[in-house]
Design a protein around this ligand. Structure first.
Ligand code: GDP
Ligand code: IMO
Ligand code: MG
Length: 424
């Protein structure tokens, strides 16, 4: 069955979009299945930078049809703006974007609640992207949400529904000591966005099922990363969706048996944005060096990313959990100038040695990473021509492969589409 899934192997921002862009060249459909505008996916083509939040990164290829799946939470205003921005860059989107009628709507009050809760929590906050993600998923599982399909009802009905929701939620905002929203103005803004995206809303499952029957190639674009998954991540410092492989089939509306390849994306080191445990974080000079050389600042919020070393314990767990069939390593070029590179190969937890990532943050906080240090290659892996791996860089990749227990098929050596090496 021709479905390939690209899933983040760490805490997001692994360079998924760069790999999606590489694979989308040969794909007919590119499908987002989870999350919302908390994602920030960057693609660089001949020096031009594109950042996507809701629209699948495959939009850059004219032959690709893009689907926003039912597992997503979608801010209609953000989506309408993003599509306008994509069009302004000269990309033809006509008939190429479909939005699942099962996806849930992110309202401005969700964004207020997210931001208000975070501010109130202060130093014990999650460090969310403040895009309204958790409050929207709370309404979804609490069976109080509005789905994109509801936007297809007659205008008067939608207006009534929106007004009712805003009035109810204003009471909730007030009880939380947060600013209320002007009902009429907010509803009108949403109705303007609805007008733009209404033609895109449909039952996207049948589109994908028919694609499967015709043996067309489907690429699922993961957002966030496995360590941010609501079940398998560092709970409660996670996002509110199932960002791992399990969530892909449910969120896209595809049968589990349709998955053929599961490609795990891992940076050659580790980053995290927001709060929560990060065993291999380097808060000193090396972490700063990784941040500066890697340009580690969030695509969505611009926040500096926390940086540290490759965590093979977490990676091994992520490979098992997702059934990863092949790995892509990104940003190897960032390590070009390091004399020594550290790799966490196991955790010491009191007298115990852990080979797998624990399921709860209290255990994780007690774990001390054990490192191996390897010599750097001290050569440019990408100096503009055909990218190639120096011997020691190839040995680093082969070592990661051994530690993770999975083949590495792609190595990315720069932000640009062309900076990629395929390993046999
Ligand atoms: P995503 O959320 O997983 O798609 O990743 P982001 O786009 O948020 O962050 C990855 C960042 O690294 C972006 O700025 C990319 O342009 C950049 N990037 C991707 N691959 C490489 C690479 O191999 N080397 C370097 N130096 N940058 C890369
Ligand atoms: P992409 O798709 C990195 C993090 C936030 C925060 C936590 C919860 O670009 O890899 P949320 O707004 O989802 O409620 O925030 O999850 N987070 C991400 N970190 N990349 C992302 O997406 C992220 N999406 C959410 O920083 O710690
Ligand atoms: Mg990102």
């Amino acid at each position: 069955m021709p479905v390939t899934l690209v899933v983040g192997g760490q805490w997001g921002d692994e360079g998924k979009a760069k790999i999606i862009d590489y694979l989308a060249r040969d794909s007919d459909y590119v499908v987002r299945y989870a999350g919302g505008a908390n994602a920030g996916h960057t693609v660089v083509v001949d020096g031009a930078r594109f950042a996507f939040h809701l629209v699948p990164s495959g939009i850059l290829y004219p032959h690709a049809t893009c689907v926003l799946g039912g597992g997503m939470v979608i801010d209609p205003i953000a989506l309408a703006n993003e599509i306008d921005g994509v069009k302004k860059k000269g990309i033809d989107v006509d008939g190429r974007i479909f939005v699942s009628d099962q996806a849930h709507v992110v309202f401005p009050y969700h964004i207020e609640m997210d931001a208000g809760t975070e501010t109130r929590l202060g130093s014990s906050s999650i460090g969310t992207t403040r895009r309204g993600i958790a409050p929207a998923y709370v309404d979804k599982v609490g069976r109080k949400g509005v789905r994109m399909g509801d936007l297809l009802r007659p205008r008067a009905e939608v207006e009534q529904l929106f007004s009712k929701k805003f009035r109810e939620k204003n009471k909730e905002l007030k009880s939380l000591g947060l600013e209320t929203l002007p009902v009429q103005e907010s509803v009108e803004r949403l109705l303007r966005a609805r007008k733009k995206i209404q033609p895109l809303i449909t039952d996207t499952r049948v589109i994908l099922w028919s694609a499967l029957e015709q043996k067309r190639k489907i690429l699922c674009e993961g957002a966030q990363g496995t360590l941010l998954d609501v079940d398998h991540g560092t709970y409660p410092y996670v996002t509110s969706s199932s960002s791992s492989a399990g969530g892909a089939v449910a969120g896209a509306g595809l049968p589990p048996s349709s998955l053929e390849r599961v490609i795990g994306i891992f940076k050659a080191y580790c980053t995290r944005v927001g709060n929560g445990p990060f065993p291999t974080e380097d808060k000193r000079r090396m972490g700063d060096k990784l941040r500066e050389l890697g340009g580690e600042y969030g695509t969505t919020t611009g926040r500096p990313r926390r940086c540290g070393w490759f965590d093979a314990v977490a990676a091994r767990t992520v490979v098992k959990l997702n059934g990863i069939t092949e790995v892509a390593i990104t940003k190897l070029d960032v390590l070009d100038s390091f004399d020594e590179i550290k790799i966490c190969t196991s955790y010491r937890c009191g007298r115990r040695r852990l080979d797998y990532f624990p399921t709860n943050v209290r255990s994780l906080e007690r774990c001390k990473p054990e490192y191996e240090v390897v010599k750097g290659w001290k050569k440019k892996t990408n100096s503009g021509g055909k990218p190639r791996l120096p011997r020691k860089a190839a040995a680093y990749v082969r070592y990661l492969e051994k530690l993770m227990g999975c083949r590495v098929h792609l190595v990315s050596l720069g932000p640009d589409r062309k900076a990629m090496v395929k390993l046999s």
